[in-house]
Design a protein around this ligand. Structure first.
Ligand code: FAD
Ligand code: EPU
Length: 342
């Protein structure tokens, strides 16, 4: 494999940020990966999938290794489930469509999430009432320093809301090679997320199917999330924060419109988009639709920070700091970033 030098990463991150990698190469299997790691032993490594959850604030002084391991195969089947192994470099949404075509259920609510299969366990991707941990069976990962393969079960991954052991504890230690998902042969529909129910009603279906749920999710997402091909972004920039129930009651008294959902542990998860919409420097008292140069807050979804063209990563990062301070000042709630900062 060729190792390229001084490569622009603009096409490799959905924020469309113009940064450079000192070295860059792609790998299609473990042999190529091992070879590349051996040839660049002294260099810092950054594993890249679709670049849809990364904010580059500087050039990468090391090697960017783009995961292009492909392949989808059925590895096992029983009365209830099929076990499907997908290469980390497969496009997530293509994988979802493949499952829907075969009538294997479980990932339809996760339609249209950008990025690759390999990153799906990184932050336990989630949307519209489903998280990847619900269909996760196991993954294979390569330890960069030990140069050996490990198998991680669901328990090993330490999945939480937008969290796993790979995001913090083992950050940059493992390369996820493939993921095996456990999909239902008989669909169990999950339409509990309010927006899906409303969208399905609009679609006037004769029969509920996983394809219909997927289409409903695609419709909702397309109506409010910016398409990275048009406006640079990485989806939700922050996580939805959880607060104690008592704190929620106090906030609700002061701000009756505030949106919160009770968690299983009796804390309340607040809609960060609402908080960001209801504070800020604009005459409307909001951050929603704010723009400074080419860095801004999306006009239809305040949780999404955008690059209108030529913003740099630091401008977006600084905007995120201002939003964090502003939310904390008004609501006494600290936002945590979801996006990986490099
Ligand atoms: P990258 O951005 O390439 O990488 C993300 C992190 O994972 C980096 O730290 C990288 O080093 C690491 N990584 C990537 N691949 C590997 C690998 N094979 N092995 C080890 N480490 C790896 N996320 C949701 O959860 N729900 C949503 O609804 C959602 N909606 C989005 C909407 C939009 C418009 C956008 C732009 C993003 C959205 N996201 C959402 C965020 C993003 O799509 C997901 O986090 C996705 O899983 C990132 O995949 P990726 O391949 O682009 O990862
Ligand atoms: N809201 C506002 N103002 C806004 C944005 C949202 O008031 O500007 C309100 C909405 O009206 C709604 C509530 O907040 O009542 C929740 O909004 P939405 O359904 O759009 O979801 P979200 O909480 O903003 C989360 C995920 C998304 C995921 C959707 C759907 C996080 C950080 N974000 O967004 O994931 O697609 O739910 O399940 O959990 C991502 O992680 O990148 C991402 C896009």
């Amino acid at each position: 494999m060729q190792i390229q030098e001084n490569i622009s990463l603009k096409a490799y991150n959905t924020f469309g940020l113009e940064v450079k990698a000192k070295l860059f190469s792609a790998f299609r299997n473990t042999t190529e990966l091992t070879d590349l790691i051996g040839r660049t032993a002294q260099e810092t490594k950054l594993i890249l999938g679709g670049g849809s959850n990364i904010l580059f604030t500087k050039d990468v002084d090391g090697i960017v290794l783009k995961n292009e391991i492909r392949g989808i195969e059925k590895v096992r089947e029983d009365d209830e489930y099929v076990y499907i192994k997908a290469g980390a470099g497969e496009t997530w949404h293509q994988f979802v469509l493949f499952c829907i075509k075969n009538n294997w259920a479980g990932v339809e609510n996760l339609s249209l999430i950008p990025g690759n299969v390999g990153a799906s366990p990184m932050q336990n991707i989630g949307a519209y009432g489903v998280e990847i941990k619900e269909v996760f069976h196991e993954l294979k990962a390569f330890h960069i320093h030990e140069k050996t393969n490990y198998t991680f079960t669901e328990k090993d991954c330490g999945f939480g809301y937008r969290e796993s052991v790979f995001k913090k504890k083992y950050r940059n230690e493992f390369v996820i090679l493939n993921v095996t998902y456990r999909l239902n042969k008989t669909p169990k529909f999950n339409v509990s997320y309010g927006a899906i129910e409303q969208e399905l009603e609009k679609m006037r279906l004769e029969k509920l199917t996983i394809a219909a749920i997927s289409q409903a999710v695609i419709n909702i997402r397309s109506s409010k999330l910016p398409d990275p091909a048009q406006i640079g972004n990485a989806g939700s920039f922050f996580k939805n924060p959880s607060v104690a129930k008592e704190k929620f009651e106090v906030l609700k008294n002061e701000f009756p419109g505030i949106i919160g959902y009770e968690n299983e542990d009796c804390t309340v998860k607040l809609a960060a988009g609402w908080l960001i919409e209801h504070c800020g420097p604009q005459p409307s008292g909001s951050w929603k639709g704010y723009r400074n140069g080419d860095a801004g807050v999306h006009s239809k979804q305040a949780l999404v920070l955008v690059n209108y063209g030529n913003a740099n990563g630091n401008e977006i990062y600084e905007l995120s700091e201002k939003i964090t301070d502003s939310v904390n000042e008004k609501f006494g709630v600290v936002l945590e970033r979801e996006v990986n900062i490099v």
